[in-house]
Every structure is written in structure tokens, then in C-alpha cells.
Write a protein that binds this ligand. Sequence first.
Ligand code: HEM
Length: 144
Amino acid sequence: MSLNVELLEQSFNRIKPNAPEFAASFYENLFADYPQAKPLFANANMAEQKKKIIASLVLVIENLRKPDALAGALKGMGARHVQYGTLPEHYPLVGASILKTFESYLGADWTPEVKQAWVDAYEAIASLMLEGADYPEEALKLSN
Ligand code: HEM
């Protein structure tokens, strides 16, 4: 993974003090822009889920300098997501919502360089998660 570790750390540290609000507005953005993602969370405890998404972002940021450990954790997380009903096509929706939330929290600090750093990071995260996920052929059909 060749990522802009310093920009990712700096920008994440800026949202960390507002992490609970950040998580809440991420799910608001996700469900408003992509209502098709909502049923997947029908049985989820959203208060817990908000804490978990932040914890997983912290895990990513804290392990950017240990890519092997990070890759293992993300593959495991991707494998668990198969059971949550998550399909490969859902990943870009979550990515767009994370980026949108960062933009609204960082304001003028959401520079083209910071945006590119997060686009690259999300692509790397999603591809490792999908690598760990063993999707049945059915799930990968375009007709789904
Ligand atoms: C960077 C991408 C993502 C990250 C970091 C992430 C993070 C997490 C974490 C940490 C959990 C808690 C359980 C566990 O660790 O296995 C979780 C659960 C879940 N995630 Fe994700 N996730 C991502 C992408 C997605 C996508 C694309 C979807 C589909 C819309 C999704 C839907 C869910 C659902 C439905 C649950 C289970 C909720 C429940 O019923 O308790 N996630 N996610």
C-alpha cells in the first residue's frame, strides 16, 4: 500500500475530537444518499455501530505503518461483511459517504491532496476487505 500516511494521520486527527458526530453524520449521509443501504442495518444497534466504524478507522490510521497487520485485519473484516449482506457494489457507496462526511468536517482543510489521500486509502481498504471476502459467484453477477 503506497499511501500518504502523514496526510491521512493529520486529517484524521482533526476529526477525532468530533468522532461521535462524525460517525452519526456518516450514517445520515449514507442512508440519505443511498437508501438501498438501509435494510442491511435493520437489525443493527446503531449506537454501537457508530462506535465500531470509528474504532475501525482508528485501527486503520494507527496501523498505516504496519501494512501487514493492517491487511490481515481488513481481510478478516471483509470476510465478516459477507454475513452482513454486504455486496461488492455497496463498497463505493460507503466510500462516497465517508468522503462526503470528511469534506463537511474538514472544510477548507479538505484540499485536493487530502481528498486524493482518502480516495487512495479507501480503495486500498475496500480491495483488501473484498480480497478477504469469499463471495459466491451469485453475489458477483451483474443482475443482482
Ligand atoms: C471501509 C469499509 C468498511 C468498514 C471500515 C466497516 C466497518 C465495520 C465494522 C467495524 C463493523 C462491526 C462488525 C465487524 O467488525 O465485523 C461493521 C459491521 C457492518 N457493516 Fe461495515 N464496514 C465497511 C463497509 C461496509 C459496507 C460497504 C457495508 C454495506 C453497506 C457495510 C455494512 C455493515 C453491516 C450491515 C454491518 C453489521 C451491522 C449489524 O447488524 O450489527 N459495511 N462494519
